[in-house]
Design a protein around this ligand. Structure first.
Ligand SMILES: Nc1ncnc2c1ncn2[C@@H]1O[C@H](COP(=O)(O)OP(=O)(O)OP(=O)(O)O)[C@@H](O)[C@H]1O
Ligand SMILES: [Mg+2]
Length: 330
């Protein structure tokens, strides 16, 4: 990774797709997607998510509106060239079955005419990045890998030519829940390294909360109901549609995306027997420690030094009023 290439912002302006049979998949969607962030599109089946994604790389031509990638309208660009600068990952990957893993990953660099040696280096670098040892997996064929491994190859292939944008359509939905969680964790780590502008489609709210910097909740015809960071979406759903969509357990989901409120901590007042959590943990981790240890408070430490005490009441109060100081406890 040379790290010099910046990710590109994406601007959707009143984009529309009416299919030839009259179906309006996307009515009039306007959204600005920040460079280097992961934006999740979520909504019920048939609401137009895939159509939005596929209009960005021009696999589908919009029937209205404007799409800009890095400030440049995509409609004026050569479609094949555009697609080489945009990584695309789909469910079940679509690897070429008669090509080795290395050859699959090198697809776009080959189309771009990179020298052989550079393609080889890049391919091995990417396979390592997604956790597949090149010596072990590089010469296998797709059917010789597990579903989760194939999905990783799909991500490596999409990243091979260092695209400025990565589009992912339900990339982890074809694997079992345990593998899915692992792939999601890997994706998060990967994204911390590569910092692409990612647009990820899912209909799994837990996946959206785990992976999104921002979540766009869409209803039929890709009507945008709310576009907000996960914590905001869970804490303050904009309307009944969003409230229903995020689920009645949104308070529990919110724990996982809320950091420990340092301003609420009270002094430890000397040595304590309470269990310990690190200051960079989430409220979910803090609560998990309390429940596991049967304690209604934890000592929050930073680099091993106690910073203060967090109580179960503090957790409840934080979720009730994020950012506000705790009410006095009698
Ligand atoms: N080629 C087509 N011709 C006509 N209608 C289409 C076509 N492709 C998709 N549609 C319709 O457009 C709407 C949006 O489809 P799209 O695939 O974007 O939904 P989605 O949100 O990705 O759904 P899912 O979660 O099931 O993948 C649906 O009503 C679908 O039936
Ligand atoms: Mg879809």
């Amino acid at each position: 990774m040379d790290g010099t290439r910046t990710a590109a912002p994406i601007n959707l302006e009143r984009i529309r797709k009416q299919y030839p049979d009259g179906t309006v998949a996307v009515d009039s969607l306007t959204m600005d997607l920040a460079a280097g962030e992961t934006t999740v599109l979520i909504g019920p089946s048939g609401c137009g998510k895939s159509t939005v994604l596929r209009m960005i790389n021009r696999l589908i031509e919009p029937t209205g509106g404007t799409i800009r990638v890095d400030g440049v309208e995509v409609s004026g660009q050569d479609a094949a060239k555009l697609r080489r600068s945009i990584g695309y990952v789909i469910q079940n990957v679509g690897l070429f079955p008669h090509q080795t893993i290395r050859t699959n990953v090198g697809t776009v660099p080959r189309l771009l005419g990179w020298p052989k040696a550079r393609i080889g280096e890049r391919t091995d670098e990417l396979l390592t990045l997604v956790g597949l040892e090149p010596e072990r997996y590089g010469n296998r064929y797709p059917h010789e890998l597990s579903g989760g491994q194939r999905q990783r190859v799909g991500v490596a292939r999409a990243l091979a030519a260092d695209p400025v944008v990565l589009l992912m359509d339900e990339p982890f939905s074809a694997v079992d829940p345990i593998v899915r969680t692992r792939l999601q964790d890997e994706f998060r780590r990967l994204q911390e390294t590569v910092r692409k502008t990612v647009v990820l489609v899912t209909h799994d709210i837990d996946e959206a909360v785990r992976l999104g910097d921002r979540i766009a909740v869409l209803s039929e015809h890709a009507h945008l109901q709310q576009f907000a960071p996960p914590a905001e979406l869970l804490a303050a759903p904009a309307n009944d549609f969003v409230r229903e969509f995020v689920g009645g357990d949104r308070g529990i989901k919110l724990l996982a995306v809320t950091p420990i409120p340092r301003e609420r901590l009270t002094p430890t007042g000397g040595p304590s027997k309470a269990p310990v959590v690190a200051a960079d943990a989430t409220l979910q981790e803090a609560l998990a420690v309390m429940l596991r240890e049967g304690s209604n408070s934890v000592v929050v430490t930073s680099n091993g030094t106690p910073e203060g005490v967090l109580t179960a009441d503090d957790i409840v109060a934080t979720l009730a009023a994020p950012g506000k100081p705790a009410p006095a406890v009698e």
